[in-house]
Design a protein around this ligand. Structure first.
Ligand SMILES: [Zn+2]
Length: 391
């Protein structure tokens, strides 16, 4: 048996007036997801344990089969792992966003989706001028900062995508060691403000990356490898560092796909093709697509529907057409809701569909937030999905 989990990040949504009070999943043309619902079973998964933030880190850790309450130490260390950074015991990894701040208001948590090339140059400058830690280049606006002194247990930080349009003052890091971290963030403004790259960006009508925002900090997590736990060899197909990072702590191989950007123009067809190829060598493939989440954060309904349709036709459709369904167990789900009306993640249980030749189909015929409630799988904890898939 082969196992596939296909995650459309932030795909789930609320009913939208302009869509006749339907959700993007209900409106999207997604024959393959609906076919899986028909032939498989549906249900709801609690990917965000009570009291935890609805981040992609927590949610995806759940879907991988690891209880976040037990294994989660922060997003930073997971992303650092994907860059090959081995954290020492005392080191703390932060997610380091390039952001756009004007008049102390968070204008863009992604600095207008700054390119990795531009990020690379700005990270070099930061490393030359700030010596209290080390910066590493990630993808686009998503970079990493390693702070050597681990005394940050009570440090409180805020994800920048949660405060778009708000004054940053009250969201700067607070608590233990926060003064030093705030100093680094303030210093970045001096360094970045007049940098030629930002001057050029503004000339081109792009927002400047005029500040770094540090958040998601944590120390190295201790995880049992996936293969040891579930007795199968697995791989990930993902463009974003977070998923690669979780995968690398779990001992999963990340398969690089040309053209996978982690943004709405991600190369869906290639992802599907590489997933099918990966199934020759691995029993388990975890495919993650960031695009619907980005559309959700942007409040863009059209893009969200398009992303869902692309996942359905170019990834799921390709898999269904090319893999023997008698030997495939596959689940499709979002990690969390990213409603376009809220523009950020929310915590409700996510709809999922699970197909396996072993499972007797239930009476649900389409895949969406409301249909899934009537499925035979009921409501369960996110980290039980893998166990369910394996029977
Ligand atoms: Zn997510």
């Amino acid at each position: 048996m082969k196992y596939v989990i296909l995650v459309g990040d932030g795909m789930a949504d609320y009913p939208i007036e302009d869509l006749g009070n339907k959700t993007p999943l209900q409106v999207a043309n997604k024959p393959n997801m609906d076919e899986l619902a028909k032939k498989g079973c549906s249900g709801l998964l609690k990917t965000i344990p009570k009291g935890m933030n609805p981040g992609s880190d927590v949610a995806n850790l759940s879907i991988f089969g690891y209880n976040p309450k037990k294994y989660y130490t922060g997003r930073g260390p997971l992303e650092a792992a994907s860059l090959g950074i081995k954290l020492k015991n005392d080191e703390v990894a932060f997610r380091c966003n390039f952001v756009t701040v004007n008049n102390n208001v968070m204008v863009d948590f992604s600095a207008d989706h700054i390119t990795t090339e531009e990020s690379k140059e700005l990270i070099n400058v930061l490393n030359n001028k700030i010596k209290s830690g080390k910066f590493y280049v990630g993808v686009s606006y998503r970079n990493i900062f390693i702070y050597p002194d681990g005394k940050i247990n009570k440090l409180k930080t805020t994800p920048p995508h949660d405060i778009v349009g708000e004054r940053i003052d009250k969201y700067l890091p607070k608590g233990e060691n926060s003064k030093k971290i705030v100093e680094i963030m303030e210093k970045s403004r001096e360094i970045l403000n007049n940098h030629p790259i930002n001057k050029q960006r503004e000339k081109n009508g792009k927002k400047p990356a005029n500040m770094i925002w540090l958040w998601g900090q944590g120390k190295r997590p201790k995880m049992i490898p996936f293969e040891k736990r579930f007795n199968i060899k697995g791989a990930t197909i993902a463009a974003v560092d977070l998923i690669k990072g979780i995968g690398s702590y779990l001992g999963l191989k990340n398969i690089e796909v040309p053209g996978a950007t982690g943004y709405i123009d991600t190369n869906y067809k290639a992802k599907g093709k590489y997933a099918i190829k990966a199934l020759n060598n691995y029993d388990f493939v975890y495919i993650h697509v960031e695009a619907p989440d980005e559309a959700g954060h942007a409040g863009d309904v059209e893009e969200k529907i398009k992303a869902i349709e692309n996942i359905d036709s170019k990834i799921l459709g390709q898999i269904i057409d090319n893999v023997n369904m008698e030997e495939l167990t596959i689940a499709v789900l979002p990690d969390h809701f990213t409603p376009v009306s809220v523009k950020t993640h929310t915590s409700e249980p996510v709809p999922y569909v699970l197909y396996s030749p072993r499972l007797k189909p239930d009476d649900v015929y389409s895949y969406d937030e409301f249909s899934a409630k009537n499925g035979s799988l009921g409501i369960d904890k996110g980290y039980n999905l893998i166990k369910k898939m394996m029977g």
